[in-house]
Design a protein around this ligand. Structure first.
Ligand SMILES: O=P(O)(O)OP(=O)(O)OP(=O)(O)OC[C@H]1O[C@@H](n2cnc3c(O)ncnc32)[C@H](O)[C@@H]1O
Ligand SMILES: [Mg+2]
Length: 170
């Protein structure tokens, strides 16, 4: 049994890692760590960096075998703003695996809020008139009409991360 520490207390992130333990002998623990980037990362680069920094901080702060960082952000392609997500898995040998998740364009009213300096988590709550969307289906869940929820998207990233670890450990 190996232990994975997840650098967040967000249930959508923790549940994505827990889903890995349905297929692998893994124990999951939540470790509160800083991302070291802004609360609302604004590029792939910054979002990925937040994921890696969270993962590294988990190994410093806990005795887990692996550190996982999952980070949400926004990024722009051709003046269209997308929600994006990155994940990182680090092991005690210093290996770092990274992967990104699905992206989906954000509608104009949400982009307006972001340009005004708000965090996506707060804007999506206002937009939907709900509380803590970020901890449940997430923006990706809202905009995909519930077909892909935030923990599904993070689970996909977890499969890409753990899969790489298995592949490169052969
Ligand atoms: O407690 P932490 O781990 O920080 O969880 P968080 O919900 O704040 O998540 P992030 O910092 O990784 O995400 C950055 C912002 O984007 C928001 N967000 C909401 N739904 C999202 C989604 O589906 N994908 C990416 N970001 C999302 C999120 O709530 C934050 O305001
Ligand atoms: Mg956050």
């Amino acid at each position: 049994m190996v232990t994975i520490g997840v650098g967040s207390q967000n249930p959508a992130k923790i549940s994505a890692v827990e889903r890995l333990s349905e297929n692998f002998d893994i124990a999951v623990q939540s470790v509160a760590v800083p991302s070291g980037v802004s609360d609302q990362p604004k590029s792939d680069n910054e979002t990925k960096q937040g994921a890696v920094q969270r993962a590294r901080a988990v190994l410093e702060k806990s005795s887990a075998d692996f550190g996982v960082g999952l980070e949400g952000g926004i990024m722009e392609i051709d003046q269209q703003v997308f929600v994006c997500n990155w994940g990182a898995l680090v092991d005690r040998n210093g290996r770092v695996f990274t992967a990104s998740g699905a992206r989906i364009p954000l509608p104009e009213p949400i982009v307006k809020g972001l340009r005004a300096g708000l965090e996506l988590g707060d804007v999506i709550d206002q937009y939907t008139n709900q509380l803590d969307v970020r901890k449940g289906e997430g923006t990706i869940g809202i905009l995909s009409n519930g077909l892909i929820k935030r923990d599904d998207m993070f689970y996909h990233i977890m499969q890409l991360l753990y899969g790489q670890y298995l592949f490169y450990s052969k």
